[in-house]
Design a protein around this ligand. Structure first.
Ligand SMILES: [Zn+2]
Length: 87
């Protein structure tokens, strides 16, 4: 346990901060603490990798769906069946 250790992070803290870590919303010092915990803790690195894969899948899905939605809006506009609405 790293209880009371100023520079350590326990599993609960690491998981709680995982989202902020991935969003780049932590200070450099905080990122270093979480990164070090992930390097040492197989449970947390699994949670981290799962989250990364999930985000990659979501990002991939978005990239594919955006052009389709855009094409449909253009198609509808060209055919007078709709207007280009707000994105
Ligand atoms: Zn851990």
């Amino acid at each position: 346990m790293h209880e009371g250790h100023a520079e350590g992070a326990d599993c609960r803290e690491a998981v709680e901060r995982l989202y902020f870590f991935l969003d780049g919303e932590l200070t450099i010092e905080r990122r270093a603490v979480i990164q070090r915990h992930l390097d040492e803790c197989s449970d947390c690195i699994e949670a981290y990798e799962f989250e990364v894969e999930l985000r990659t899948a979501i990002a991939r899905g978005c990239r594919e769906s955006v052009p389709d939605a855009l094409r449909l809006r253009v198609y509808n506009a060209l055919n007078g069946e709709g207007t280009i609405g707000p994105i």
